[in-house]
Write a protein that binds this ligand. Structure first.
Ligand SMILES: Cc1cc2nc3c(=O)[nH]c(=O)nc-3n(C[C@H](O)[C@H](O)[C@H](O)COP(=O)(O)OP(=O)(O)OC[C@H]3O[C@@H](n4cnc5c(N)ncnc54)[C@H](O)[C@@H]3O)c2cc1C
Ligand code: FES
Length: 288
C-alpha cells in the first residue's frame, strides 16, 4: 500500500494526455445521479494510474466537452475508477446517455487530496452534505484499511430528502467498524427515515469531540461550511485543523487558465482540498 502523500506526488505524468476508459458498470444512485465504474483501455495505464483520496479527474466526452469530477474509488484499488456524476448541464447530460461498454476520456488525476498522513493518530470527523460525500469515500476507505493508525472516526452526513442519500450500503458498512459513528440527517424526512431530521450541523451536538486531537474533513455546499465551521471553532477546533474540498469551474486542471481562482489560489492545483484558515475570507463569495 502506498501512502496518501506518495500517491499525490506520483500523479499526473502528462496532464494533457486523455486516456480512454470503458464504462464497465453504471449504477443509478438517486434521481439524476449515476456512478460510472471505468476501466482504462490501455493495460499499462491501468497498471500505473495512482491517485490520492480527494483528487479529481477531468472526464472528457469526445466531441462534447470536459468536466471536473471527484474520484470516488478506493485509492488502494486503482484498477477501477468510480465517478459519481449529477446531471446538471450540457456535458453531464450527454454523459448520462452513455451505457455500459461506451468510452469516456480521462485526464488526471489532479489537485491535492485529503491530508490523510497528517491525520494519523488523530480522531477524524467527516462532515458532508448531498453529493459532497463523493470526494470523501476514498478517504474513508483509506482510513479503514489502516484502522489502527487513526483514532475515532465520526461520519456526519446530511441530505435534503431520503431519496438523495447515496451509497446506503457503504454507510451501513462503515457503521460496523470499531470506534466509528455514522450519523445521518435529512432536512425533509419521509416514513422510511429512521435517522435525525434537520440540517447536518445539528449533528455536531450529537457527537463528543476532543478538539485537541481532531481533524475535520468537510465537503458539501459552501453554505454548510460557512455555517458549520464557526460552530466547530466554538467547540475548540482550530481552523487549521479543518479541511474542505471546494468547487469552482475548471477548464485546464493544471493552474494555467485561471478559471478556478479563489483569492490567491487556483483550486485545481492548490486544492480542491484546502485548509480552512487559508481560504476562510473567500468561501461563500462569488467572483473572487
Ligand atoms: C474539483 C471538482 C470536483 C467535482 N466533483 C464532482 C463530482 O464528483 N460529481 C459531480 O456530479 N460533479 C462534480 N463537480 C461539478 C462538475 O464539474 C459540474 O457539475 C460540471 O462541470 C457541470 O458541467 P455541465 O457541462 O454538465 O454543466 P454546465 O452546462 O456547465 O452547467 C449547467 C448549469 O448547471 C450549473 N452548474 C454547474 N455546475 C454545477 C454544480 N456543481 N452544481 C449545481 N449546478 C451546477 C451551471 O451554473 C449552469 O447553470 C466537481 C467540480 C469540481 C471543481
Ligand atoms: S482550472 Fe485552469 S487554472 Fe485551475
Amino acid at each position: 500500500m502506498i501512502s496518501s502523500s506518495q500517491a499525490q506526488a506520483n500523479s499526473g505524468a502528462n496532464p494533457y494526455l486523455i486516456q480512454s476508459a470503458t464504462i464497465v458498470d453504471k449504477i443509478r444512485e438517486a434521481e439524476k445521479i449515476d456512478t460510472y465504474r471505468l476501466r482504462f483501455v490501455d493495460e499499462e495505464v491501468r497498471r500505473s494510474f495512482r491517485f490520492a483520496a480527494g483528487q479529481f479527474n477531468m472526464v472528457y466526452l469526445f466531441g462534447v466537452g470536459e468536466v471536473a469530477i471527484s474520484i470516488v474509488s478506493d485509492p488502494d484499488e486503482p484498477e477501477f475508477l468510480d465517478h459519481t456524476i449529477r446531471i446538471v448541464g450540457r456535458v453531464t447530460e450527454a454523459i448520462a446517455r452513455l451505457q455500459q461498454g461506451d468510452i469516456l476520456g480521462i485526464r488526471g488525476p489532479f489537485g491535492r487530496g485529503w491530508p490523510l498522513d497528517e491525520a494519523q493518530g488523530k480522531d477524524v470527523v467527516i462532515v458532508t452534505g448531498g453529493l459532497g460525500c463523493a470526494p470523501v469515500v476514498g478517504a474513508i476507505e483509506y482510513i479503514f484499511r489502516r484502522r489502527r493508525q487513526y483514532g475515532a472516526v465520526k461520519i456526519l452526513h446530511g441530505v435534503k430528502t431520503p431519496h438523495d442519500l447515496l451509497y446506503r450500503e457503504r454507510f451501513d458498512a462503515w457503521r460496523r467498524h470499531p470506534d466509528t459513528e455514522v450519523l445521518l440527517t435529512s432536512d425533509q424526512p419521509d416514513k422510511t427515515w429512521h435517522y435525525h431530521v434537520g440540517v447536518v450541523t445539528e449533528l455536531f451536538e450529537k457527537v463528543t469531540i476532543d478538539p485537541a486531537r481532531t481533524m475535520v474533513l468537510m465537503c458539501g455546499p459552501e453554505i454548510m461550511m460557512r455555517l458549520g465551521v464557526p460552530i466547530l471553532m466554538r467547540r475548540g477546533i482550530p481552523a487549521n485543523a479543518i479541511y474542505s474540498s471546494l468547487e469552482r469551474h475548471m477548464e485546464c486542471g493544471i493552474g494555467l487558465c485561471g478559471h478556478c481562482q479563489l483569492g490567491p489560489f487556483f483550486l485545481c492545483k492548490d486544492g480542491p482540498v484546502m485548509r480552512y484558515d487559508r481560504v476562510m475570507p473567500w468561501v461563500g463569495r462569488n467572483g473572487v
